[in-house]
Design a protein around this ligand. Structure first.
Ligand SMILES: Nc1ncnc2c1ncn2[C@@H]1O[C@H](COP(=O)(O)OP(=O)(O)O)[C@@H](O)[C@H]1O
Ligand SMILES: [Mg+2]
Length: 289
């Protein structure tokens, strides 16, 4: 909910939300939107969630500029990323395609603040990532970004409910929900991905598609602004893959999350609003749909 203080504006204006400054700015943020979100305000009306602005008018959430990354393998240098520049507005669904070894996972790792470029700039929500402390980065990885991998990356011998509760445990103590609420929230997100009757099942007791749904629930639990999915259907049969894509599609439509998905499969890429193709560490093609 956004409460308006007198603005004096006659036409709607867009306001970037800043948390913690409620007496002298335009909005008081109670819940449901985060710092950096844009709300459109005007004459007693509020529209949270940036929906009124066309995608391409929004400020970039992710801005990579001339990013390079080289891996040294013995005496050979592998250019995993070569001069990649890419901006991604908040709320976009972007597909990244290209042949194996093209640098897609490296790019995802850089965007996800899991890996650092050798050169170039990466600004996330306006902030240069290289300037952030390890603590700030850990917080961003836990709260702002949800990761979904081809191989699910679940912990063995841990029930689905607990897996999904984990990221909430790592939230800074002052922002952490009480245990009972963490449990309720994990159960409801598992319910939302169709696993309401599998809360106490270990990964070994679940199908591939169900495992990936646990991983998606885990990625969503802290309501991140960005979902990074690296070939999320790569290990699934067609049917399970379609179910997973339906979840992503619904999620993107209903939540406005920024969704970045690596895929080999053309029909999957076609679901996105923009496709970038990578080869040898470079973006070689860009298709806006
Ligand atoms: N940790 C690493 N150490 C050395 N080389 C790596 C590492 N990660 C990736 N590479 C190399 O970087 C290139 C890009 O890899 P990657 O980003 O995984 O491509 P993709 O995901 O498109 O298949 C490949 O040549 C790969 O072998
Ligand atoms: Mg890869």
């Amino acid at each position: 909910m956004v409460r308006l203080l007198p603005l004096g504006a006659t036409a709607p204006v867009s306001v970037t939300v800043r948390l913690g400054r409620s007496n002298d700015t335009d909005v008081v943020v109670s819940q449901g939107i985060k710092a950096g979100d844009i709300v459109v305000v005007g004459d007693g009306q509020v529209d949270a969630g940036e929906r009124r602005w066309p995608l391409w008018w929004r400020p970039p959430l992710i801005a990579l500029s001339h990013v390079s990354k080289v891996y040294r393998m013995g005496s050979v240098d592998v250019q995993a990323l070569g001069d990649v520049s890419l901006t991604i507005p908040s709320g976009e669904w972007l597909a990244i395609t290209g042949s194996s070894g093209g640098g897609k996972s490296t790019l995802m790792n850089v965007i996800g603040c899991l890996d650092t470029p050798d050169s170039g700039s990466y600004r996330l929500n306006g902030q240069e990532v290289a300037d952030l402390s390890e603590n700030a980065l850990a917080d961003i990885r836990n709260r702002e970004i949800g990761f979904v991998y081809q191989t699910f990356n679940l912990l063995a011998r841990m029930p689905a409910l607990k897996q999904v509760m984990l990221p909430m445990q790592y939230v800074r103590s002052e922002a952490r929900l009480p245990l009972a609420e963490r449990r309720d929230r994990a159960a409801s997100v598992l319910q939302a991905v169709g696993l309401g009757d599998r809360l106490n099942h270990d990964p070994s007791e679940l199908s591939g598609g169900q495992r990936q749904r646990v991983a998606i629930a885990r990625a969503l639990i802290n309501e991140p602004r960005i979902i990074l999915a690296d070939e999320p259907t790569g290990n699934l049969d067609t049917r399970a893959g379609e179910e997973i894509l339906e979840i992503f599609s619904r999620l993107h439509r209903e939540s406005g999350v920024t969704l970045i998905m690596v895929t080999h499969e053309e029909p999957v890429a076609d679901m996105a609003q923009r496709i970038v193709r990578m080869r040898d560490g470079r973006i070689v093609e860009e298709l806006r749909r």
